[in-house]
Design a protein around this ligand. Structure first.
Ligand SMILES: [Zn+2]
Length: 281
């Protein structure tokens, strides 16, 4: 029904790829997509394995939800390590429910030990980010909103998007696709993964907002399919009912989990020691 996807994956349990599986932080494994061009890896974190105390237990990655900053920093560093990335090689957006999609251009300055990733200083507030850099993780923080990850391995470009109801209705998924295309991607060789989010049945809204919500939740997938994206994969887990994930609707105040996507490799100023054990490129 759609062109052969450049990034191969499938529903949970359908093959060797663990699409939709919880991020196995313990061993650093994530969905591995090896095709011609760049290898793209991605995963979604869970509540497990972190250091935060309730109600942020335990791997809260959100820096603006009231959690101890030291715990958040430790949780973020742990996730980066699990991905084979240095802590300062993961970009965490300052998300504002807007439609700005920023480009993270290499080279990325390194932050001093213990400091937040310096790349944040050069990024505007945004809800989407794309890059052609290898060895650079792009993270999107969510707790019911849709974490959207996308990439074209042939073109060597990836993106991470916070597709909340507002942003999705305003077309942020298409804006992110536009940025991918501007960096060399082709729609038919681009794959998009919509990560765990609150499901429609759990998302009760006034009747007047029904159309808007429809445009937001399955809407991003529909928008992208209509735009010719080769594969749109949906992780069916519902954040409100899955206790392994953070859900604002179920338990605010609470933490945030992340969708993370990256192209393993040696960055311009990073030795890549953490990547070498993966045997990529
Ligand atoms: Zn649900």
């Amino acid at each position: 029904m759609t062109p052969e996807p450049a990034v191969t994956s499938g529903p949970a349990g359908s093959g060797v790829l663990a699409f939709g599986a919880a991020w196995p932080v313990a061993d650093g494994q994530s969905t591995d997509q090896a095709v011609s061009g760049r290898t793209i890896r991605y995963g979604f974190s869970t509540r497990a394995g972190g250091t935060s105390v309730p109600p942020y237990d335990s791997r809260n990655l959100g820096g603006a939800v009231g959690d101890d900053p030291a715990a958040v920093a430790a949780n973020r560093a742990g996730l980066a390590t699990a991905a084979g990335l240095a802590a300062d090689r993961v970009v965490w957006m300052h998300q504002v429910h807007g439609t700005t999609v920023a480009v993270a251009d290499p080279p990325v300055r390194r932050a001093g030990a213990g400091e937040p990733a310096a790349i944040l200083e050069s990024l505007p507030d945004c809800d989407g980010i794309v890059t052609t850099a290898t060895g650079l993780g792009l993270a999107v923080l969510v707790a019911d909103c849709v974490p959207l990850l996308c990439g074209d391995p042939g073109a060597g470009v990836i993106g991470a998007v916070h597709a909340g109801r507002r942003g999705a209705a305003d077309g942020i998924a298409l804006r992110a696709l536009d940025q991918l295309l501007a960096l060399g991607a082709s729609p038919d060789t681009t794959t998009v993964v919509l990560g765990p989010a609150i499901c429609g049945a759990c998302y009760e809204v006034p009747a007047a907002m029904q159309d808007e919500v429809e445009a937001a939740l399955p809407g991003s997938a529909r928008q992208l399919t209509e735009a010719g994206v080769g594969a749109v994969l949906i992780d069916e887990r519902c954040t409100r009912t899955d206790p392994t994930l953070f859900s604002h609707r179920r338990g605010a105040p609470t933490g945030r989990f992340a969708g993370l996507i990256w192209m393993p490799g040696v960055g311009p100023d990073e030795g890549g020691a953490a990547n070498r054990h993966r045997g990529v490129h």
